[in-house]
Design a protein around this ligand. Structure first.
Ligand code: UD1
Ligand code: UDP
Length: 380
């Protein structure tokens, strides 16, 4: 069986590592994977570092599309992916998540009738102003095999008309939907132990285990709307001062660029001068795992980092108006605070006193990637 995998943004490279690893270890005689990088992310620390560190094969193709408006970026990717699919003639196109690279893959493959496998299917924010919400809906509804990481995602698909009772052979008109756990959970289990030995991120940044906050911010509305960006950074600064705690912020390049433009100048100045706020470039995945597993608490608007907070049993403050990962809020380990300064502060205050949280298993058994490979093979 030949599959073409399309990746482009940081989280997709990381997710793809789980499947590539399982193919290499268990299915190398029956699955041939061809990797296409759209080039949506291109800085060394947003792309290449993950190939080096996670042992993913180098992409067979790199379209080098880079940054552009949504329409232009997606259109250029569709053109490039179509050409490759016509050349490679794979049995499946494998897509991850909800980025413009995902959407481009779905458009290109569905037009030329190549069956699509969507990993991380069914997630919904019910907020169509998010570019990701449109991307994931379009991808789900053109897929042949849909793999949902959570029960909520699976239920969302059933509500949208997918059936849990379809039988093989699955096709785009008779899709198979599965609740199989999360490939990111597979990864966190696999890399957790490797990290302990390798990462120097804590010592490099003079951080003490269990005594710092990890924060990541990159959602387009949080970075592009000055009011939201100011509220988030102002509360992070206030928490660091009032609770005398350090905060490490590996900044997405989008955020670094927009901090200068959208933060009030006096707040920007205070943040630059604060000894407790450590604004650092994006970190590698193993460094990120070291930060996640050693911090006291995580504040984030990232989809992946919310889940990793749960994997590493840390409370999480979600800097968004809603989340696709409803389960972690229902378990009481995460709170949705939007970009509301008072709510952010109150959530930190609550978690800093709270002991005895539990993190029951909701993201599978660490074998999602194996299940996905087996299902692709069985469907032929
Ligand atoms: C994209 C995804 C988002 C995902 C995120 C993961 C879409 C619509 N959004 O958002 O769902 O959560 O990736 O990180 O696909 N930039 C660089 N260097 C890079 C990459 C980006 O400087 O290597 C800067 C550019 O100024 C660019 C901006 O970041 O314009 C945004 O990049 P883009 O890929 O368009 O969207 P993300 O915000 O990264
Ligand atoms: N990540 C990383 N280094 C960083 C920030 C994030 O390796 O500096 C990892 C993180 O551990 C997770 C993934 O990137 O696995 C999440 O990607 P991101 O937050 O960019 O996107 P999202 O998940 O919101 O789509």
């Amino acid at each position: 069986m030949k599959i073409v995998t399309v990746i482009g943004a940081r989280p997709q490279i990381i997710k793809a590592a789980a499947l590539s690893r399982v193919i290499k270890n268990n299915f190398s005689n029956v699955i041939n994977e061809v990797i296409v990088h759209t080039g949506q992310h291109y800085d060394e620390n947003m792309s290449q570092v993950f190939f080096d560190e996670l042992g993913i094969p180098q992409p067979n193709y790199n379209l080098r599309i880079g940054s552009a408006s949504h329409g232009r970026q997606t259109a250029l990717m569709v053109e490039g992916i179509e050409e490759i699919l016509l050349e490679e003639k794979p049995d499946y196109l494998v897509l991850y998540g909800d980025t413009n690279s995902t959407l481009a893959g779905a458009i290109a493959a569905s037009k030329i009738h190549i069956p699509i496998v969507h990993i991380e299917a069914g997630l919904r924010s019910f907020n169509k102003k998010m570019p990701e919400e449109i991307n994931r809906i379009m991808c789900d509804h053109s897929s042949t095999l849909l793999f949902s990481p959570t029960q909520t995602g699976f239920n969302n698909l059933l509500r949208e008309g997918f059936s849990a009772n379809t039988k093989m052979p699955f096709t785009a008109d008779n899709p198979g939907v599965f609740h199989c756990g999360d490939v990111m959970f597979d990864n966190s289990l696999f890399f957790k132990d490797v990290t302990l030995d390798k990462s120097k991120i804590l010592t490099d940044n003079e951080l003490q285990a269990r005594n710092f906050i990890l924060a990541t911010i990159h959602r387009n509305n949080n970075t592009d709307e000055p009011e939201r960006l100011n509220a988030i950074f102002s509360s992070i600064l206030r928490i660091s001062e009032d609770f005398e705690i350090e905060v490490v912020l590996p900044l997405h390049p989008r955020t670094s660029k927009l901090l200068v433009k959208n933060l009030d100048s006096d707040l920007y100045e205070k943040i630059q001068q604060s000894k407790r706020l450590k604004l650092i470039p994006p970190v590698s995945f193993l460094d990120m795992i070291a930060l996640e597993s050693n911090c006291k608490l995580i504040m984030t608007d990232s989809g992946g980092v919310q889940k990793e907070a749960y994997f590493f049993e840390k409370p999480c403050i979600i800097l968004r108006s809603e989340t696709e990962w409803k389960e972690i809020v229902e378990e009481g380990t995460a709170i949705v605070v939007n970009a509301d300064e008072n709510k952010i502060f109150a959530a930190y205050d609550y978690f800093s006193e709270y002991e005895g949280m539990s993190f029951p298993s909701i993201f599978g058994d660490g074998k999602a990637a194996e299940f996905i490979c087996e299902t692709m093979l069985t469907n032929g």
